[in-house]
Ligand binder design. Sequence first.
Ligand code: SF4
Ligand code: SF4
Length: 430
Amino acid sequence: MIRNLDLLRTPNYQKKLSQCIHCGLCLQACPTYAVFGVEMDAPRGRIALMKAASEGRLETEEFRETFTQHISLCLACRACETACPSGVQYGALVEEARLVVERNRQPGLAERFLRWLGTKQLMVKPGLLKGLAYLMWLYEKLRLQHLIRTLNFLPKTLKAMEAILPPIQLKFTPLGRLLPARQNPHGRILFFTGCIQEGFLSAVNAATIRVLQHNGYEVLAPPNQTCCGAAQLHLGDKEFARQLARQNIDVFLAVGECEAILNNAGGCGVSLKEYPHLLADDPLYAERARQFSAKVRDVNEFLAANLRVPPRGRIEARATYSDSCHLRHGQKVIRQPRDLLKMVPGLQLIELSAPDRCCGSAGVYNIAQVDTANAILDAKMEDIAATGADLIVTSNTGCYMQLIAGVRRAGLKARVRHVVEVLDESYAAD
Ligand code: SF4
Ligand code: SF4
């Protein structure tokens, strides 16, 4: 008995499926097609699988395995959505297909424990995540990391998790405290810290706040905000993702007027912007979700339109920008980070040959599909190496951590930074 097949049979889903005209123009944009070269690991093939599944073909064991394999290998990067001339909403299609896969899988005990620990404990309990960050900080400071990497004995999944651990800096955001503007205030920003972002990349959050203050904004990170719900949704727990969305909506709308609700992670940002879709059938929250999402902006999007103080401090660097898929394809924020970087004196920005190509991070993909994620990462690092960049800039938590692993894997001498860190460094050098 296949559970939740009805998700693929709604008139809305069928309409979205029928928009595909099978032209194949999306194939070359797809990172998994580049790795495997087979139709079933390309958007057109996956759409054919979704259609067949909706028509009842999931009943055979063989088809069930094929469907599970190829849908699970999709990064949900949505590069195909940008490439598609027919306007196919692939992101919405694959979201439901993943739910069907996840709700019909029977993960082992270890996987179930890791999922529970990650998505129901660490990501939603900031105290626990900070505790883990302290432990990881000690792990790095006491050079245990060096030892573990030298001994190289970890099993594949743990090794993949360890590889993306960034240098930890314990600069946590003060929640609930109004941080003043550094000049005449132009308005108040409500800051969404993110969960992993705040735990493992708190220095990026600190830089974001400084850059906003420098530009005349007071910043408040409301307490009791929680994870955006993206990981939970991708792992099939839609109800829990909805619960987290309601909590964020309540917390942020309760504060009142603001210029914007800002975040600095492309993956979280697209989830926050899509709360109206997630809560569309919730009579109490559908309208509140729209009010909330109307205020949500990525920090690049906001600063490109509202930068009051141009960065004047020189940064002598050969830089390249690696797009976050969720920022580029999900939010269509493409020009803004580049415009901001081009303002920094001394910084030379070199475009990648395939800037729209995923780095292999994709939520938990780099842990769940280690080999494919590494193949995709290697292609990205080759592209980066060809630019000769000594500074790799990005705008998303997962990409940032994945690129740190990529630099080490490829043996490059380059640092990884968020756009706001580059601006912050330039302001500090002025
Ligand atoms: S979302 Fe990304 S990986 Fe999935 S089919 Fe589209 S381009 Fe390929
Ligand atoms: S998803 Fe779009 S680009 Fe890809 S085959 Fe269908 S219509 Fe063509």
